[in-house]
Design a protein around this ligand. Structure first.
Ligand code: SF4
Length: 359
């Protein structure tokens, strides 16, 4: 007798992939079954995720390079964050980088074959002076490396600030939802889920590409995971970073040990199947939680960070590039002539998204 859970027996992975590619919403039951998928059948699930990933993004993998442009200075109390006001983690503290310093980070991004530089500042949200400083850095980097996409992550935005960044030439703005609305109060009390939604909407209204993702391993339920996957679909964000908690001792979430490599794969497959035409990026915690299964993650995701994370080191960029090539995948923009533009959204993605919106 087959002892697999009923939910996983009920659904066929190929059917889920076809439904996803047709732009149809997976039912909650189907999405729940993905998280409950039997470990021994994980390859069936990843094959379905790959079918969707391949249709939308081919064999391309986008590399993103992270720079912490302001570190260790934040008044918020996000329980997972080593840079929060309640964290005891010893992290470097410095104020907003100058355009020269951001330009130096951009040089490293280009040397690492990254298509995008993600400029992240630890703060609740920027003052207008902060936004002016980041805008100056954006102009500087765009002049020197027009092919490099720039993403800003400066926290909660006030009216008009997204427009200033847009005018400076920013390509994308990141602001993660992190978890479900229901669970949000468990991880942060100094701002709410609705504040986060408001910033994601401001970014979209300003015409900037929206990047918004989630963080798992913080005591959330499977329902919470589904909620945030569907919410991001509703918002229609272009890029979804999927983070796995790096438990810092000295933060309220520092005791968590909830994730396994195969469960992380199921989360990635869920995000791919629920958000077939969005970039899915394996973000923080990739090396720690996926471990030897990192290559399998790329069957669902089409994007990763290369280099270090905000306050922790990642594996060497050369190893990431080797992994991608060993799998027969291609790095976006790797062979682009210097100075030529890397498309912000792959043509095939755009076509798929337009088809979906036209329905
Ligand atoms: S707002 Fe950002 S930098 Fe500040 S505590 Fe939260 S996650 Fe950390």
């Amino acid at each position: 007798m087959d002892n697999r859970p009923i939910s996983a027996l009920t659904f066929n992975a190929t059917d889920l992939a076809e439904k996803s590619l047709a732009g149809e919403d997976l039912s909650r039951e189907e999405a729940f079954a993905i998280l409950e998928w039997p470990d021994e059948d994980i390859l069936t699930l990843m094959q379905a995720a790959f079918k969707v990933r391949q249709a939308a993004f081919g064999k391309k993998v986008r590399l993103n390079y992270l720079v912490n442009i302001q570190s260790g200075i934040c008044q918020e109390d996000c329980g997972y964050c080593s840079q929060s006001s309640i964290s005891d983690v010893p992290v470097e503290k410095y104020k907003l980088m100058t355009p020269d310093e951001v330009e130096a980070a951009a040089e490293k991004a280009v040397a690492n074959k990254a298509a995008r530089l993600c400029m992240v500042a630890s703060m609740r949200g920027p003052s207008d002076k902060d936004v002016a400083g980041v805008a100056a850095a954006i102009r500087r980097v765009k002049e020197r490396f027009p092919q490099l996409e720039l993403c800003a992550c400066l926290g909660l935005l006030k009216d008009g600030q997204a427009d200033t960044l847009n005018e400076a030439g920013v390509d994308a703005y990141n602001h993660n939802l992190n978890t479900s609305e229901r669970h949000y109060g468990e991880i942060c009390t100094t701002h709410g889920f609705s504040d986060r939604l408001d910033t994601v909407r401001k970014v979209r209204e300003a015409g900037i590409s929206s990047c918004s993702g989630a963080l798992f391993g913080m005591g959330e339920t499977r329902e919470d995971i589904l909620d945030v996957a569907y919410r991001l679909r509703e918002l229609g964000v272009d890029s979804i970073p999927v983070n796995f908690l790096i438990p810092f001792k000295g933060t309220p979430q520092g005791h968590r040990e909830e994730l396994t490599p195969v469960y992380c794969l199921k989360i990635l497959a869920l995000f791919r199947l629920v958000n077939p035409f969005s970039e899915i990026r394996i973000a923080g915690g990739r090396e720690l939680h996926l471990r030897s299964l990192q290559p399998l993650g790329l069957y669902a995701a089409n994007s990763i960070f290369v280099g270090d994370y905000l306050t922790t080191e990642g594996q060497a960029g050369s190893l990431d590039r080797e992994m991608i090539r060993d799998m027969g995948f291609e790095i976006v923009g790797e062979n682009a002539a210097e100075g030529s533009a890397v498309p912000l959204v792959d043509r095939v993605t755009l076509t798929s998204r337009q088809a979906r919106l036209a329905k």
